[in-house]
Write a protein that binds this ligand. Sequence first.
Ligand code: GLP
Length: 242
Amino acid sequence: MKIIIAKDYNDMSQKAAQQIMSQVTFKEDSILGLATGSSPLGTYKKLIEFYQAGLIDFSKATSFNLDEYLGVPPDNPQSYRFFMEDNLLNHINIPKERTFVPNGMATDVQKECDSYEEQIKSYGGVDLQLLGIGHNGHVGFNEPSTYFTPPTHQITLKEETIRANARFFNSIEEVPTQAVTMGIQTIMSARKVLLVASGKEKAGTIQKTLQGKIDPQVPASILQLHPDCTFILDPEAASLLK
Ligand code: GLP
């Protein structure tokens, strides 16, 4: 476990983007695991800048996103597919047919989960998984639970997650209550994990995740056991570390 304390959000984003650039430079057909949320937004902006400056070529890369809301079509601006295209995928040269996000409109959700997991495996697994972290320690949409979750599955979002994500919707009633997410098992199978977190409100969660006991009630705490995991934090998110 490596912890990097960046100067601020911008520096955190720069450092995360550099790690992704290095991954894609040394393995051009890298399988990237991507995340939504405000934490990785700056990283995506930097990656677009690097791409525009000719520093990085995504033409052989593939991406798999962590999660998607159920019942939200891909052309709806609230969908994670839309978020990814808008904030990264449409601005770099990654082939669209190799950008995967779970299908939130699947009628057979279990089948969608199984085939998403199969697809990840068929590409040889994720080389580098980028993560944000929820206030309750969730990664992807793996909510606090009594056990660490298996591969890609359907999940009912916790009240606190619905409240936290309501800022992206007109009202809390519009926030979907169900999602499909890669499981903790899927995330732990990535060869490299990179988690970005910033801001005071994440400090308690980061302290528990990194220095608390490994506990499925803080799903990200399992990352303590990952053989190649880096946390890039701004000083506020790192402020409660002992
Ligand atoms: C959502 C996503 C997570 C993300 C979390 C935190 O719940 N499913 O992948 O890490 O939000 O978002 P933010 O970075 O905006 O705090």
